[in-house]
Ligand binder design. Structure first.
Ligand SMILES: [Zn+2]
Length: 232
């Protein structure tokens, strides 16, 4: 598939005015998306191979935030991670107008998609089918459920250092359901990786980050989450 010719002005406006605010991108996400787009679709390439280290060096960042940004952009559908290996990442980039979570009209204006719209309150019948990564409002609903604390380590998590974590990782076919997404700090998100959530909670306990009572409560919360008892 050959990428179509871009309208740079329109692309820039879509990125700044719609994509970044609607997906709630951090400055790291923005820098990484913009850099990757520059070296892919902007020069007519759909796919791009890169190493986190080289992108981090070019952007003057450390590796962690760049790796995190790539993961978030993948979760949000702003890019598709095709391969991850020792030699680097292979991604397919998406233009703002092709990102499912937002829909753009020709003039660059956007509308929310899905039954939930911008209200973020899906009717009960569609709750189970709702993709909670789809809109900013839905993502916020998951963050609000944890009331500003990390689901795993219980620390307060200001908006700029929190993210959404798949309890069952997507590589293991975890869904974007309210039963599988939690709000957590970036550190827990990175350290948990693809491990089962219960194992990760026990690690936090062994490191002295959770008391025995907190560990019990967290493991119960994990069960309740999967059972659908923690509705956003
Ligand atoms: Zn945490």
């Amino acid at each position: 598939m050959k990428p179509k010719k871009l309208n740079p002005g329109l692309l820039w406006m879509q990125f700044e005015d719609v994509l970044a605010p609607r997906l709630g991108l951090t400055v790291f996400d923005r820098a990484v998306y913009s850099h990757l787009l520059r070296h892919s679709l902007v020069v007519g390439k759909l796919r791009l191979q890169f190493s986190v280290m080289s992108v981090a060096a070019k952007l003057g960042l450390s590796n962690g935030p760049v790796r995190q940004a790539v993961r978030r952009l993948d979760e949000l559908g702003a890019l598709r991670l095709l391969e991850r290996s020792k030699t680097g990442h292979l991604v397919e980039m998406r233009l703002p107008e092709n990102i499912r979570a937002i829909r753009l009209h020709k003039n660059g204006a956007s509308t929310a998609v899905g039954a939930a719209g911008s209200a973020g309150e899906p009717p009960a019948s569609t709750l189970e089918a709702t993709d909670f990564l789809k809109t900013w409002a839905l993502r916020k609903a998951i963050h609000d459920r944890e009331r500003g604390a990390c689901f795993y380590c219980l620390r307060r998590t200001p908006a700029n250092v929190r993210c959404l974590d798949h309890v069952v990782p997507r590589v293991r076919f975890g869904r974007n359901s309210y039963r599988n997404l939690v709000s957590c700090c970036i550190e827990c998100n990175t350290r948990k990786g693809d491990r089962p959530a219960a194992d990760f909670l026990r690690t936090l306990y062994r490191l002295g980050r959770l008391t025995p009572a907190e560990l019990d409560a967290r493991l119960r919360a994990l069960k309740d989450l999967a059972a659908g008892k923690r509705r956003p």
